[in-house]
Design a protein around this ligand. Structure first.
Ligand code: GDP
Ligand code: IMO
Ligand code: MG
Length: 427
């Protein structure tokens, strides 16, 4: 330690929130480094459910300082609402720090997301329509507005006037959108910022000081590796880099501070939105996984597509992120299956391939090579130790380890914090 990255190694919704919450008890800082309120994490503590989108899941328990770092895009309305929601549940949100370099999601980003999805028709990505992509586009186009800009009223208004003029021109001409009023947006967002302005700071500096003092810092990825803008199943991806390397850029820390990378995987695979999915199950088993796993999105309520565990995909994630430990989630969802399939590789045009295809049409064509293992057909949700798990479940876990070459350090058998089996020291 002290720097550990925790991230999703599939297409998101692996259970990152649950593991972050669990590990936060031992951490001094929990840092979100990318994405925005497209993320949706459900965390269950002593039977009470918490739903988070923007604030690191480390906020719920323990004492960790939680950081929304520079790589995150922030919708202030969502942030304030989430802070109010947590406060009402008795959570101390004064432990939250927000980077002055975060980009703000503004109403025209949300409108642009909606219009572009509609214009794409059958080729739509299936975004969460939260303005994530357009906000990152503006960041790269250098017309974005940052959290730090909002502390100076006049500067904020001048930046906003510049951006709104460009957006009105673009959205008006392309989609016939009614013009946005920069002054009205400024008034609304300046008022919102009053709630958090004392929490805005240079979080890269804050983290550097903490790391130099040997504090334990957990960098929490949102989304998942296969949704990464560079390495995911492009174009059916999000607009940021959930990958481990991006923790350094997205939080403003040097790579020497990252000592370990924990990859979170579900015991099967899910995906929200469009795009190829080699192990997708469009049969009764797929429906069973969806129903037993409650695979419906926290953010959009859309049903998640379900399929068998794909270790060809997980091996790709392991390589990209330098994952040196796995957390295997939702093992209990497999409790009712007499047989379980694991995808151990892909065949493309009849040949086994050692790589994960970059071209989507290739990915759409690959045939998964399956290994079948026996199910355990008993309830695992009360197991609190590895030894207590049924033999067939232990065999499933050991196959995951041998087929990936990475130890499974955590096994989860239910949404509750107590349903977490720790096999090896994590932090
Ligand atoms: P995240 O986006 O990666 O944080 O994951 P989500 O919260 O979107 O989705 C994971 C869902 O599975 C949540 O509803 C969790 O409460 C739940 N969950 C996490 N781990 C387990 C587990 O081991 N078993 C079961 N049954 N549910 C789990
Ligand atoms: P967590 O952190 C699952 C998906 C969307 C869509 C694509 C692009 O809960 O794992 P965007 O709004 O980001 O431009 O949408 O990415 N997506 C997610 N899928 N879990 C998430 O987050 C996701 N965040 C974005 O469904 O397909
Ligand atoms: Mg989620």
């Amino acid at each position: 330690m002290p720097g550990m990255v925790l991230l999703g190694a599939q297409w998101g919704d692996e259970g990152k929130g649950k593991i972050t919450d669990y590990l936060a008890e031992q951490a001094d800082y929990v840092v979100r480094y990318q994405g925005g309120n497209n993320a949706g994490h459900t965390v269950v503590v002593n039977g009470e459910e918490f739903k988070l989108r923007l604030i690191p899941s480390g906020i719920i328990s323990g004492h960790a300082t939680c950081v929304i770092a520079n790589g995150v895009v922030v919708d202030l309305k969502v942030l304030i609402k989430e802070m109010e929601y947590l406060k009402a549940k008795g959570v101390d949100v004064s432990r939250l720090k927000i980077s002055d370099r975060c980009h703000l999601i503004l109403p025209y980003h949300i409108k642009q997301d909606e219009c572009e999805e509609l214009a794409k028709g059958a080729n739509k990505i299936g975004t969460t329509k939260n303005g994530i992509g357009p906000c990152y586009m503006d960041k790269c186009a250098r017309i974005g507005i940052r959290m730090g800009d909002i502390v100076d009223k006049d500067y904020f208004l001048s930046r906003l006037e510049n951006a709104v003029a460009l957006k009105n021109d673009l959205l008006g001409k392309l989609y016939g959108v009614e013009p946005f009023d920069a002054k009205a947006i400024a008034d609304e967002y300046l008022a919102l910022a009053e709630n958090i302005k004392d929490q805005i700071c240079d979080t890269s500096y804050l983290l550097d000081e903490a790391l130099k003092m040997g504090k334990k810092v957990c960098f929490e990825g949102a989304q998942g590796t296969l949704l990464d803008i560079d390495h995911g199943t492009y174009p059916f991806v999000t607009s940021s880099n959930p990958n481990a390397g991006a923790a350094c850029v997205g939080a403003g820390v040097g790579p020497q501070h990252i000592n370990s990378v924990l990859g979170i995987i579900k015991s099967y695979t899910t995906r929200v939105g469009a795009g190829p999915f080699p192990t997708e199950l469009e049969d009764a088993t797929g429906v069973e996984l969806q129903e037993r796993g409650h695979e419906f999105g926290t953010v959009t309520g859309r049903s998640r597509r379900c399929g068998w565990l794909d270790l060809a995909l997980v091996r790709y994630s392991i390589r990209l992120n330098g994952i040196n430990g796995l957390a295997l989630m939702k093992l209990d969802i497999l409790d009712t299956l007499p047989e379980i399939k694991i995808c151990v590789g892909y065949r493309l045009n009849g040949e086994e391939i050692p790589y994960f295809p970059g071209r989507l049409d290739d990915l759409a064509k690959v045939e998964p090579i399956y290994e079948t293992v026996e199910g355990w057909l008993c309830d695992t949700t009360a197991c609190t130790t590895y030894e207590a798990l049924p033999e067939a479940a232990k065999h499933f876990i050991s196959r995951v380890e041998s087929l990936t070459g990475v130890p499974v350090k955590i096994v989860a058998v239910g949404p509750g914090r107590e349903q977490t089996i720790i096999r090896d020291a994590i932090i």
